[in-house]
Design a protein around this ligand. Structure first.
Ligand SMILES: Cc1cc2nc3c(=O)[nH]c(=O)nc-3n(C[C@H](O)[C@H](O)[C@H](O)COP(=O)(O)OP(=O)(O)OC[C@H]3O[C@@H](n4cnc5c(N)ncnc54)[C@H](O)[C@@H]3O)c2cc1C
Length: 230
């Protein structure tokens, strides 16, 4: 279930347990081509957001693949998957930071250039200015977490906790700021004429895929506890 870009993909990396008696150490990665007999896309999901990307249920009905489509080493699938997830979280954090900034810029452009009420731009009211300043500060903090996790990864340092913190925080900021941006734009934020409501819908996925926010918190706490246990 939940396979991103499956409509567009020509082949799939499938993790399957070839020896369940070994638990997670029995998981192996395989390459499965879309044309393989017994492989099919069962259902394309209708989603709240990120609707430009396909997400599908895929079916494996007695699929057989040649031996040379085993990817990497047998039994190393779990390690590969976790490695990909850890790195991928930096990507989601960057995606969410960009979304938050896009939502902020879209709204800032409107409140400081287009919409006037009571003879001034609505963004000039102090109540609005403070919210815009707070949100921008949070976006910059999220971006700093993304850069820090990336820097550590590129330097070959342990970045797992930093990636989890970046993903957790950036998705929270994206949800908060894209929601506020709609309010800042009033009715024009709520309608489908602009992109504000789309960004709000797209922001929700950040707290779900590549590990939910609870899972990020569990990872962060587990690694912190390791460091701080006497
Ligand atoms: C649009 C989309 C695209 C996706 N793309 C892919 C993809 O390409 N490849 C892929 O492999 N997966 C993909 N996923 C799957 C995605 O990673 C999972 O949906 C996600 O990890 C959450 O798992 P779940 O849906 O089973 O939620 P659940 O595990 O059922 O979680 C439900 C709730 O319970 C909480 N919860 C669960 N366990 C715990 C715990 N131990 N402690 C505290 N709280 C907990 C969660 O935080 C959440 O709030 C995609 C999902 C979506 C929606």
């Amino acid at each position: 279930m939940w396979i991103t870009n499956s409509v567009e993909a020509d082949f799939f990396i499938v993790f399957a347990n070839s020896d369940p008696s070994k638990g997670y150490k029995g998981i192996t990665a395989f390459v499965v081509e879309k044309s393989a007999k017994g492989f099919s896309i069962a259902k394309k999901e209708k989603k709240l957001g990120i609707r430009a990307s396909s997400t599908c249920v895929i079916n494996f009905d007695d699929v057989e693949i040649p031996k040379d489509q085993l990817l990497g080493e047998e039994g190393q699938g779990y390690k590969y998957a976790i490695g990909l997830l850890n790195e991928g979280r930096i990507g989601i954090a960057a995606q969410m930071t960009g979304l938050a900034l896009g939502a902020w810029e879209n709204a800032a452009g409107y409140v400081w250039n287009d919409r006037k009420q009571f003879n001034q731009y609505v963004g000039e009211f102090q109540g609005m200015q403070h919210q815009l300043a707070q949100a921008y500060t949070e976006i910059c903090a999220a971006r700093a977490l993304v850069y820090n996790a990336s820097r550590k990864k590129e330097a070959g340092l342990d970045f797992v906790r930093d990636a989890a913190m970046a993903k957790l925080y950036a998705s929270q900021v994206a949800g908060r700021v894209s929601g506020q941006a709609i309010e800042w734009m009033g009715g024009m934020g709520f309608v489908r004429e602009g992109i504000a409501e789309k960004m709000f819908r797209d922001s929700k996925i950040g707290a779900i895929y590549e590990g939910t926010s609870n899972i990020q918190l569990t990872t962060i706490a587990k690694l912190l506890q390791k460091d701080y246990t006497r």
